[in-house]
Design a protein. Sequence first.
Length: 197
Amino acid sequence: MNVFIVYCHPSNDSFTYIVKENFNRGLNDAGHNYVISDLYAMNFNEAMSESEYLREGYYNLADSIPDDVLEEQKKIQNAEVIAFIYPVFWTEAPAKLVGWFQRVWTYGFAYGNEPKMKQLEKALFLITMGGSITDSIRIEQVNAMKTVMLGDRISERAKKSEMIVFDQMTRGYGNDENREQRAQKFLKEAYYIAFNL
């Protein structure tokens, strides 16, 4: 299986980074092929330029697409599965990942009358968050994130899509007592999700 990982976290000193490492280990052990776009490490520019906006806003296929965007689109076309690994920042993905979608999901590629983007076999979202998904407000937030990511940004662009939430992973706020046990459980889950693709 060819997997494209879009990883977005500003620090390697994070639980999200360890999730990514365990996911990669699962892919390696199962013999899957993968490439990674580490958006912070590659300093991906999340800001849409005026020329990009005008291309999208006027649905103009004649206007060029920046090289960094074309490179990401090429990675998608070479993949069967796309996996997004990132933390929740205020009920949303980090700005770099939001900007990645805004720039990479171009007219004629991800949408339009005849989009060229292939339909992927699966889209996975492995997200880390501080709060508990048993709290009613967190349930609402996760449902909202699913609507945005699975419903809008992925939609029919993958045959299957799934969001897995690794919750209560912030330090403090009453999470410390069982944080390590949850971390080990989640890391094992991330490994086997990758291994069993």
